[in-house]
Write a protein that binds this ligand. Structure first.
Ligand code: PMP
Length: 400
């Protein structure tokens, strides 16, 4: 009965790893997937995560019962505090409802489904470009997806004028997806003055902000600085949604830990919104997994473990920043034509190199370097040892 099923294409991001795994070359380099690697090119489990896991194993009172539909209560409270700030008035006024979801993706999907059922506007504006899964997640959630201008290839920076024009002409009430920090794939974020202008525009048109926070702490190494955009929108008393992921900042990729917070007008509304979120979640996956959220909860509720986490997080962010400088220096040393200063101006996990798909294909074929065809490279996948190889490849690709 399934004879008619056609082969689906590989996922454009995860497919890069599939191709990489098939390549027998000893010098091959995977800069496709956004996962942190050590200087030795190995995946990293944070020490603080190992410690939390040991504490959990030793606690014989822990059982494997189902969590409630909305997940672990402590985890939810601590997650809201982490993104909105410990002194957030919205939390104090009980206007925030937070549900544990399956990492960032699951949080976006649950938020999208909730909006499709209960929000009067079904159009969501996402930046062009954005993480490739966004249009699929929101489209399948039942929203109609449109884009707003974000990136200017000429400056390899923000197309602020285009962004403002597009949001200004969006219909009143439309949903706007914003990357809280470390925009993927461009590594280009608005300045705080630009954020303030975006906030005023969004509020004046009664647009609904939906933040995707997948990199808190990864952009600057500081959790509070990386949450400033979200906090500006909460400080003005208005509503918003926030999807959080612990994949990158705690290295919990495969544990699928995340949270969706909806900041509402008052506590009464927040309670009703939560009751409806349960109706979205129950038929989708019933309730979320317990292990990853327990790790996060154990770390966030203990001040010394939290402190340790921030140190390890800063070390990851700093290593990425150092890779940016090393790559730029290596290109300068080779006299590679063009302005490459965007490598150190862009922030977060990725550099949007400006290399075109033909140059990317050349680098994969001749240098065994794997990345998405839009020229995005994961800086976290580089090391001091591999920077020269990448610089050679970029140099050859732009001079051939
Ligand atoms: N949003 C953005 C912008 C991302 O880059 C990612 C991960 N690549 C996610 C959401 C979702 O990640 P996860 O589901 O693993 O938390």
């Amino acid at each position: 009965v399934f004879h008619h099923v056609v082969q689906a294409p590989e996922d454009p991001i995860l497919g890069v790893t599939v191709a990489y795994n098939k390549d027998p070359s000893p010098v091959k380099l995977n800069l496709g997937v956004g996962a942190y690697r050590t200087e030795e090119g190995k995946p990293l489990v944070l020490n603080v995560v190992r410690k939390a896991e040991q504490l959990l194993v030793k606690d014989s009172s822990r059982v494997k019962e189902y969590l409630p539909i909305v997940g672990l209560a402590d985890f939810n409270k601590l997650s809201a505090k982490l993104i909105l700030g410990a002194d957030s008035p919205a939390i104090r006024e009980n206007r925030v409802t937070t549900v544990q979801c399956l990492s960032g993706t699951g949080s976006l999907r649950v938020g999208g489904e909730f909006l499709a059922r209960h929000y009067h506007q079904h159009t969501i504006y996402i930046p062009a470009p954005t993480w490739g899964n966004h249009p699929k997640v929101f489209g399948l959630a039942g929203l109609s997806v449109k884009t707003y201008r974000y990136y200017d290839p000429a400056t390899r920076g923000l197309d602020f004028q285009g962004l403002v024009e597009d949001l200004r002409s969006a219909p009143s009430g439309a949903i706007v997806l914003l990357h809280a920090c470390a925009h993927n794939p461009t590594g280009v974020d608005p300045t705080s003055q630009q954020w303030e202008q975006i906030r005023q525009l969004i509020r004046s048109k009664a647009l609904l902000p939906f933040f995707d926070s997948a990199y808190q702490g990864f952009a600057t190494g500081n959790l509070d600085s990386d949450a400033q955009s979200v906090r500006m929108f909460v400080a003005d008393g208005g509503e918003c949604l926030v999807a959080q992921s612990y994949a990158k900042n705690m290295g919990l990729y495969g544990e699928r830990v995340g949270a969706l917070s909806i900041v509402c007008g008052n506590a009464d509304v927040a309670g009703r919104v939560e009751s409806q979120l349960k109706l979205v979640i129950r038929p989708m996956y019933s309730n979320p997994p317990i292990h990853g959220a327990s790790i996060v909860g154990t770390i966030l509720k203990d001040s010394s473990l939290s402190q340790e986490w921030t140190i390890e997080l800063k070390a990851m962010a700093d290593r990425i920043i150092s890779m940016r400088h090393q790559l730029l220096d290596a290109l300068h040393a080779r006299g590679t034509p063009g302005d490459w200063s965007h490598i150190i101006k862009q922030i977060g996990m990725f550099t949007f190199t400006g290399l075109n798909s033909e140059q990317v294909a050349f680098m994969t074929k001749e240098y065994h370097i794997y990345m998405t065809s839009d020229g995005r490279i994961s800086m976290a996948g580089l090391s001091t040892k591999t920077v020269p190889h990448l610089a050679d490849a970029i140099h050859a690709a732009v001079t051939k």
